[in-house]
Design a protein around this ligand. Structure first.
Ligand code: 26R
Length: 819
């Protein structure tokens, strides 16, 4: 009895090893001699999971006993990254487990690398949700992540002939040891059909929704353990399956095949993650996904309320629901429907509950990313919700008219329905009206929200608006991914900083310490060496760890301006070709990132970078001074060795367009200096690390607006800057495309004739700033000082700080310790 218990919870290397062998045999059914790498990985994962289950259970019972208020984070994306390494860090048994495994002559790192990461997100927004779950658990906040269990996550990227090729992400292929299906808590989700009014037996006017079809939502739960606490919260992802009994008719008619077909159709609902970011497409299946996971999650909350025998009025006391962008904004209408139609709460009371419960975070200002659903599509899928939205709108616009008498234009602007031409439902408006709190994700972004896309709403309810600057978890982004720096920092200031990142400030007292500087450089150098080995291994490109590693990794997008970075490379290349003895700091330009499959210009940007790489890396005149690498399939796993190896972080979006950025934080925390515009969280990073430790360039938001206002003409910049003209001409000439002058024509033409992201206007400033970087890197000591100060002053950008702000100012929740 005690023996079994010990093997499932014991933490010494000896017990871990025995437990691992036990799981290998009893779960994978393999003795050591016959096991594959995947068998080892699964056995290892179960050995870790076993050690989390007590925490998970105690957490649940503690929350129930204490009747705690729960944060429900609703997100269509959770970009969790691999669980194993992170759970080992949070359990505090990384080194013990390594010892246990290596004692069996197995390669520990190789087993960890076996995990297929759950890539259930596109980029920033999904990864933010994952960092927030880590901080919520670490801060001991009762919380639950709710989302979709996509069978295929974000596609895997291959580069063929320099172009992106998409491969389906079969992440569940070898099983997922971290999740537990909970079919007993499945819920039913209805779609389509029509509504009809009726009078119920108490003489009340009501509406009945007669749906046309339904699916079943099955929850899959993953424990989310905090760092060195007993709290293990839950990520609950919903999978769509065929409904239990909807198709009886088909069976009765003997139409067995149709019934089976419908089963297949049901499962399509959660089949695949939409790989678009920042470009809205009104796809019916996407609306189905959104409503599906929102309804599943809200129904789940009602079940919890019932199980705890709490009245409906307690809903906002029991739950606070955060909407991660507008993807779950249909929650406004669905919560109203459940309260009014199912639980017979009167409208005003239901509206109070809804508003008190919901809060909305905006993550983008790009107009093309704002979700608006065509009215007929919406009506076909959610006829009852459309009526509810009309009712919300009618009541809301009455209030607008009362406050702004005679301002019909304002009423039209604020309406939940866009009626200029074809009619659409504006999801951001629905989210604003239905929530008690609205926030942006960096100081600048939150200000711009109030001045631009949500201006009317800010004027109507200013008290709802606030800023919550993003953050990232130091557990994954430092402790796990940068062990050499972690060890060095801990040797100086102890390990408290992993939970209290502000403590990194203590490093400032060592900034002038020559020995510490040397160790700091040595750590960075070894991280660069590791990345170089990876690049050699995977791409067969040799890069020099003593060169400056200049990195831009993020989704490929025109507003993020990877092509501005490319123009700098071409300029350097051209100046070396013109002047072969030119002295420059040797640099390695590293790129990584996926393009949305339907985003032609982004794919062409990838081709441009790989084409430049081919020429530059193949040219003996330049290749010892500059190298260009495109790392394929940039995801959480592949990103983890990148941040620790960077010297320079490229954060070069057009001012006003990057809501926050979070990669910028990961780089700086790992001792990279930033070259960046005053955009998103760059503004606050620069404030924290000090202007003297940040390479600033480019137009500011107001100048961008003014320039566009006065009529921007990229052509003028092209003709008045020789280096710029030379760089663009070289690309247009076919120099990087085997003489093909057509290949990059769409990109070049767009820059010369339209350039909506102002690359040409910012070019001179960018190049000048890069020259300063080049100079600064030669002063090794000074660069090291700046690098240390960057890391030391990043405390603000821990997601723990962000979550504390949300808890205090929006969610009104307190930690509950799990014993
Ligand atoms: C509507 C749909 C196609 C869609 C639009 C936009 C789908 C996904 C997105 C992604 C957006 C919302 C996103 O990821 N935004 C990023 O959020 C990060 C976290 O707040 C920010 O750091 C980053 O600046 C922002 O681009």
């Amino acid at each position: 009895q005690i023996q079994v218990e010990e093997d499932r919870i014991g933490l010494s290397p000896e017990i871990l090893r025995r437990a691992f062998l036990d799981n290998l045999f009893y779960i994978q059914g393999k003795p050591l001699a016959l096991a594959t790498k995947n068998d080892f990985y699964i056995a290892l994962a179960y050995t870790v999971r076993d050690r989390m289950l007590h925490c998970w259970n105690s957490t649940a019972s503690t929350y129930t006993a204490r009747g705690s208020r729960t944060v429900c984070y609703l997100s269509a994306e959770f970009l969790m990254g691999p669980h194993l390494g992170n759970n080992l860090i949070n359990l505090g048994i990384y080194d013990q487990m390594k010892q246990a495994i290596e004692g069996l002559d197995l390669d520990f790192e190789e087993l960890i690398a076996q995990e297929e990461e759950p890539g259930l997100g596109n980029g920033g927004l999904g990864r933010l949700a994952a960092c927030y779950l880590d901080s919520l658990a670490t801060l001991e906040i009762p919380s639950m992540g709710y989302g979709i269990r996509y069978e295929f996550g974000i596609f895997d990227q291959e580069i063929r002939d320099g172009w992106q090729v998409e491969i389906t992400d079969k992440w569940l292929r070898y099983g997922n040891p971290w999740e537990l299906p909970r079919p007993e808590w499945a819920v039913e989700i209805k779609f389509g059909g029509y509504t009809e009014p009726f009078t119920d037996d108490q003489g009340r006017y009501r509406v009945r929704w007669i749906p046309a079809w339904s699916v079943k939502g099955v929850p899959y739960d993953t424990p989310i353990l905090g760092y060195q606490v007993n709290t293990a919260n839950t990520l609950r992802l919903w999978k769509a399956e065929a409904p239990e009994s909807f198709d009886f008719e088909a069976f009765n008619q003997g139409n067995y095949y149709r019934a089976v077909q419908e089963k297949v159709a049901s499962e399509n609902l959660t089949k695949v993650l939409y790989p678009n970011d920042e470009k809205f497409e009104g796809k019916q299946l996407r609306l189905q996904q959104q409503f599906f996971f929102v309804s599943c999650s809200l129904q789940d909350m009602f079940h919890i309320l019932e199980r705890q025998q709490l009245p409906l009025e307690a809903f906002p006391q029991k739950f606070t629901v955060q909407l991660n962008d507008t993807h779950p904004a249909i929650a406004v209408a669905e919560l109203m429907r459940l309260l009014v139609d199912k639980y017979l709460v009167e409208w005003d009371k239901a509206w109070d509950i809804t508003q008190q419960t919901l809060a909305y975070t905006n993550h983008t200002l790009l107009p093309e990313a704002l979700e608006k659903w065509a009215l007929d599509l919406f009506a076909g899928l959610l006829p009852r919700h459309l009526e509810i939205i009309y009712e919300i709108n009618a009541r809301f616009l009455d209030r607008v008219r009362l406050k702004f008498v005679g301002d019909a234009e304002r009423t039209a602007r604020m309406s939940l329905i866009d009626e200029q031409g074809a009619r659409y439902i504006r999801m951001a408006h629905l989210a604003c009206v239905g929530s008690h709190a609205i926030n942006g994700v960096a100081a600048l972004h939150s200000e711009l929200l109030k001045q631009t896309v949500l201006k009317d709403f800010y004027e109507f309810f200013p008290e709802k608006f606030s800023n919550k600057t993003n953050g990232v978890t130091p557990r994954r982004w430092i402790a796990l991914s940068n062990p050499s720096m972690t060890k060095l920092i801990t040797s100086k200031i102890g390990s408290g900083w992993i939970k209290h990142l502000d403590q990194l400030r203590q490093l400032e007292s060592f900034v002038g310490d020559i020995e510490f500087q040397r160790q700091w450089r040595e750590s960075k150098r070894s991280n660069k060496q590791s990345l170089a080995a990876l690049v050699k291994n995977r791409l067969d490109i040799t890069i020099d760890p003593d060169s400056l590693f200049d990195v831009q990794s993020k989704r490929i997008h025109e507003y993020k301006r990877q092509h501005l970075n490319a123009l700098h490379i071409v300029t350097l290349y051209d100046s070396i070709k013109q002047n072969p003895t030119l002295e420059i700091t040797p640099r390695t330009f590293i790129f990584g990132g996926k393009a949305a499959p339907g985003y032609y210009m982004a794919k062409l940007m990838i081709k441009l970078i790989t084409a430049i790489a081919e020429v530059v890396n193949g040219d003996p005149d330049v290749r010892d001074r500059i190298k260009v690498v495109f790392i394929p399939d940039y995801n959480v796993t592949n990103s983890q060795p990148v941040y620790p190896a960077a010297d320079l972080s490229e954060q070069i979006s057009t001012a006003g367009l990057e809501a926050s950025g979070t990669g910028n934080m990961k780089f700086a925390m790992n001792g990279a200096l930033t070259i960046g515009t005053l955009d998103g969280a760059n503004v606050e990073i620069r404030e924290e690390v000090g202007a003297e430790n940040f390479f600033l360039f480019g137009l500011i938001t107001e100048e961008v607006a003014a320039l566009k206002e006065q009529g921007y003409n990229p052509w003028d910049y092209y003709h008045s800057n020789d280096a710029l003209k030379a760089a663009i001409d070289l690309i247009a000439s076919g120099h990087f495309s085997h003489g093909d002058r057509d290949l990059f024509k769409p990109l070049v033409d767009k820059l010369l004739h339209h350039d909506p992201f102002l690359l040409l206007a910012d070019y001179a400033s960018y190049i000048e700033c890069q020259t300063k970087v080049d100079q600064a890197y030669r002063d090794t000591q000074h660069w090291t000082r700046m690098s240390i100060l960057n890391a030391a002053r990043m405390g603000k950008f821990s997601s723990d700080r962000s979550i504390r702000d949300y808890c205090k100012e929006i969610w009104k929740v307190q930690p509950i310790e799990v014993l």
